[in-house]
Design a protein around this ligand. Structure first.
Ligand code: ADP
Ligand code: 5GP
Length: 192
């Protein structure tokens, strides 16, 4: 039987760079798969169903939740997000590492259910750059962008106070952050 894979949780405020880091990680780590979340949020231009997310109605989401199909779930700025349990368990059992990008509410649930996971919280260098990155991404309308920024302080406070993150990284220069995250994962895997 292969050694169980490592579960890697990446959280952080919207615009901190989580998706950019995860994309680079998936290119650079062998035997590592991405956990495709389900969400009720509408797809952004270019987002393909089943690729970054599985896009579902609120009714479909609630049915999955009620059936116990989700490992964790949360509501974030008015939309539901959750991680399908089965693909994660299957990949880990087959010895593959799984990367999931989830919010702090989900991070706390995973910390409790899967305490051996590596949980990394990505911080922006400062709030001005967080705003600039979100604005530069051009994926949210002004109202939605403001709601996301308004969440950031609370998310950082929860991440700090809950003690459920094993590592905090500041995403200043992307390439440096990716290297730092890779080192954390390799170190944790050696210790597992
Ligand atoms: P998140 O997934 O945390 O919401 P993204 O990965 O979508 O954040 O990044 C938000 C925006 O900031 C994107 O346009 C991305 O290209 C950019 N970005 C990510 N990391 C950096 C960085 N270190 N420096 C400058 N811009 C960055
Ligand atoms: P976005 O809409 O920008 O893709 O994601 C918004 C927030 O939802 C981010 O903090 C992201 O990490 C989080 N998120 C994405 N998928 C999941 C999930 O499956 N579970 C939870 N709890 N949060 C998620």
């Amino acid at each position: 039987m292969p050694a169980r894979g490592c579960l890697i949780v990446i959280s952080g405020p919207s615009g901190a760079g989580k998706t950019s880091i995860c994309k680079a990680l998936l290119e650079g780590l062998l035997d590592t798969v991405w956990s495709v979340s389900v969400t009720t949020r509408p797809p952004r231009p270019g987002e393909v169903n089943g690729d970054s997310y599985q896009f579902v109605s609120r009714k479909e989401f609630e049915a999955k939740e009620a059936a116990g199909e989700l490992l964790e779930s949360a509501e974030y700025v008015g939309q539901r997000y959750g991680t399908p349990r089965q693909p994660v368990e299957k990949a880990l059992a087959a010895g593959r590492n799984v990367v999931m990008e989830i919010d702090v509410q989900g991070g706390m649930q995973v910390a409790e259910k899967m305490p051996k996971s590596v949980r990394i919280f990505v911080m922006p260098p400062n709030m001005e750059s967080l705003r600039a990155r979100l604005e530069g991404r051009r994926t949210e309308a002004a109202g939605q962008l403001a709601k996301r920024l308004a969440e950031a302080d609370g998310e950082i406070a929860i991440a700090r106070d809950s003690g459920c993150y094993t590592h905090f990284v500041v995403n200043d220069v992307l390439e440096t952050t990716v290297e730092q995250v890779k080192r954390i994962i390799e170190q944790e895997r050696r210790q597992a």
